[in-house]
Unconditional design. Structure first.
Length: 249
């Protein structure tokens, strides 16, 4: 199963850390964050990756060359990473932007296969990366229960336990099971892209396509069993570093 990794954004919340590099290339313990995500994906059994880039694309190209050399040295000779420049295809972010844009760029590369989407600024466990790759006719969304659901997209289920809708950052409590940004899609998702309208934030949202699939009863929720680490703010560098240190013990 191919894995799509969106990593085109500037990472403005990372402030000065992103002034000369993409967010996913900020180093943690002397390695780019993206390297740890790829390590876990490869350990989980994935070998075929599509990396959608944009901001400082030339640095991402260099990272891929160096990472593939690293894989070769470890004897992992069957790893494939394709680079797709979102800005070359869709134009600069001022023209078209949002979490749905990477999918707009890869339809021909994915074809009629099921595939994963894992954002380049998140880290999941090997077990959860394996578990979400269910090769059936349903789409899946990774989820966890949290204490602060108002900061996330809350997942609403129907009487059969299927996803009904996603309520983004609700003002009042409606549940604490939230979207954690990892998906398994069938090719059906590409049929929904043209139906997604620009959001109030001025972006094309991947979750709007998920909601359209959910309205047809095509989305199941996959609870995450282990950890989920976000890499969006400067404080997260130290948090991820501490986590990686603890994982060694």
């Amino acid at each position: 199963m191919k894995v799509l990794i969106p990593a085109a954004g500037q990472g403005t919340r990372m402030k000065e850390l992103c002034k000369d590099k993409p967010k996913s290339l900020i180093c943690v313990k002397q390695r780019p964050f993206l390297a740890y995500l790829l390590d876990n994906l490869i350990e989980a059994g994935y070998k075929d990756f599509i990396l959608v880039v944009g901001y400082f694309a030339e640095l991402m190209e260099r990272f891929v060359r160096e990472y593939l050399d690293y894989c070769q040295q470890k004897g992992q000779t069957d790893i494939k990473i394709q680079l797709v420049n979102q800005f070359d295809i869709l134009g600069p972010k001022e023209k078209e932007y949002g979490t749905l844009c990477p999918l707009k760029c890869v339809k021909d590369l994915i074809g009629d296969e099921n595939f994963l989407v894992v954002c380049g600024d998140t880290l999941f466990s090997i077990r959860d990366l394996r578990a979400i790759a269910v090769d059936d006719d349903f789409n899946y969304i990774g989820a966890s229960e949290v204490d602060n659901p108002e900061k996330y997209g809350v997942l609403i289920t129907d009487e059969n336990g299927l996803l009904k809708e996603i309520i983004e950052k609700p003002k009042t409590f409606i549940g604490n099971l939230v979207n954690k940004g990892i998906y398994k899609f069938t090719p059906d998702v590409f049929d929904k892209i043209s139906q997604v309208k620009i959001s109030p934030r001025g972006e094309y949202e991947l979750t709007d396509a998920v909601t359209l699939l959910a309205q047809e009863g095509k989305v199941k929720i996959r609870p995450l069993e282990d950890y989920w680490l976000d890499f969006g703010n400067p404080d997260d560098v130290a948090k991820v570093e501490k986590f990686l240190e603890e994982q060694k013990k």
